[in-house]
Design a protein around this ligand. Structure first.
Ligand code: NZQ
Ligand code: ZN
Length: 391
């Protein structure tokens, strides 16, 4: 068990009437002029956006709006938002949407008080010293950005999808109303289920044994494995939607990372897929995970065997047999929820060799870094996993 410093300051307001508290919470965190940031049309179609606007009007809180955030959000949109915030004197950002909108909001919140280019943070050239307060009205449980300190942004030139982690940009509060997720298409729901499980798995696949943390991780994984397929069959079931929504936050608020350093190779490799092909992050993860698992398993077979037995209900006695069967069952799980378990299944064709080389090159930052901790993956390893996933 490694030493850790646990910090999860986001106030969570969870429930069917959670939105009622938005104006009072904004005021309590010092907001006097708000930017409402949102994505495509989903929040407009559902009436959520109009409802929030009405609540702010009723509370006499001035606001401006900026929509158009695309999945795998772009630096150019955040830069547009930074300019708008400065021009309008915005002092609070309200993200209405999922990980993409929240991450774009974090980028803006970091950029407004910074005199340089906000990309400096993502490029590892600078550390933020200030951030506008922000909050999220979550409409899709998946990325966990509502409680995480991370944001992932794609720079338009070069399709560089890089992340920046900082406690400064954690949401002040998160409004979570499971009813707002009823309108999610099945594919997005399944992407969310995949990402939620993966956030726990990235932390679980470690060489540390962590009694309490492991128990929490396994409970979360089992619950999402159980409720995920059920929610796809019952998209308007409040109880099921609420289980997935809460799991999404718990999976990425670092709770299951206490005592370990986590792996994150699958995430890093996926970010290259979503940067290059514009695919949904959760689907990209599903296309890679089994191939990553088979490649790294020998670093500690017993950990995969435990995962297989405790999460995937495998009863084989031999560790190696159990570990392999656990991965097979995960692949079957992805198929059962409509997720692709290979690159061709993800993008509808095989990736070209040039594309694989480019992604491996970008993922290992020009062969200068390794990825992952369960097994450290050099450029050649990353390329091997992409190739295996491309069969
Ligand atoms: O744009 P709209 O019209 O709102 O549609 C969205 C979008 O097309 C739609 N949607 C959202 N809520 C809906 C809805 N459709 C119907 N009803 C609703 N209630 O869903 C689509 C996907 O939304 P997006 O925000 O892109 O999904 P997600 O939450 O999965 O976020 C993905 C992004 O988060 C990053 C990913 O890399 C990706 O860029 N991540 C961020 C992390 C973090 N900040 O901590 C960690 C994650 O590992 C991840 O990397
Ligand atoms: Zn993720």
């Amino acid at each position: 068990m490694k030493d850790f410093n646990y910090y999860a300051p986001t106030q969570v307001v969870f429930g069917a009437d959670a939105e009622e508290q938005i104006p009072q919470l904004i005021k309590s965190f010092g907001g006097t002029k708000v930017l409402i940031h949102y994505g495509g049309k989903s929040a407009e179609r559902s009436g959520l956006l109009q409802e929030i606007e009405q609540r702010l009007k009723d509370a006499a809180i001035p606001y401006v709006k900026l929509g158009g955030v695309v999945p795998n959000p772009r630096l150019s949109k955040a830069q547009e938002g930074i300019d708008l915030c400065r021009k309008e004197g915005v002092d609070f950002i309200l993200a209405v949407g999922g990980g993409s909108v929240i991450d774009s909001s974090k980028c803006m919140a970091l950029g407004v008080p910074y005199s340089g280019d906000v990309w400096d943070f993502y490029a590892g050239k600078a550390q933020a010293s200030a951030c506008l307060p922000l909050a999220a009205v979550l409409t899709i449980p998946a990325a966990g950005s509502e409680m995480s300190g991370g944001s992932v942004i794609t720079k338009d030139e070069g399709e560089l999808k890089w992340s920046y982690d900082d406690n400064l940009c954690r949401c002040k509060f998160a409004i979570m109303n499971p009813k707002r997720t009823y309108t999610l298409p099945a594919y997005q729901t399944a992407c969310g289920v995949t990402d939620i499980m993966m956030h726990t798995m990235e932390r679980y696949f470690s060489h540390e044994e962590m009694g309490v943390t492991d128990a929490l991780a396994i409970a979360l994984l089992k619950a999402v494995r159980q409720y995920g397929p059920m929610v796809l069959d019952n998209p308007e079931d409040y109880y099921l939607r609420s289980q997935i929504m809460w799991a999404g936050s718990l999976a990425h608020n670092d709770l299951t990372g206490c005592g370990t350093i986590g792996d994150w190779a699958t995430h890093n490799m996926e970010h290259e897929l979503s940067a290059l092909y514009g695919v949904a992050h959760g689907a990209g993860l599903a296309s890679l995970w089994c191939h990553w698992a088979n490649y790294v398993m020998d670093a500690k077979v017993a950990r995969f065997a435990r995962f297989a037995r405790e999460v995937m209900d495998v009863d084989a006695i031999d560790d190696e047999v159990a570990a392999r069967e656990g991965v097979n069952r995960m692949r079957a799980f992805y198929h059962s929820i409509g997720m692709p378990a290979s690159i061709p299944a993800l993008i509808g064709r095989k990736a070209t060799e040039e594309e694989l080389l480019l992604m491996a090159e970008k993922c290992s930052r020009g062969k200068t870094i390794t990825n992952g901790n369960f097994k450290q993956l050099a450029y050649e390893d990353v390329l091997s996993i992409y190739r295996a996933a491309n069969e």
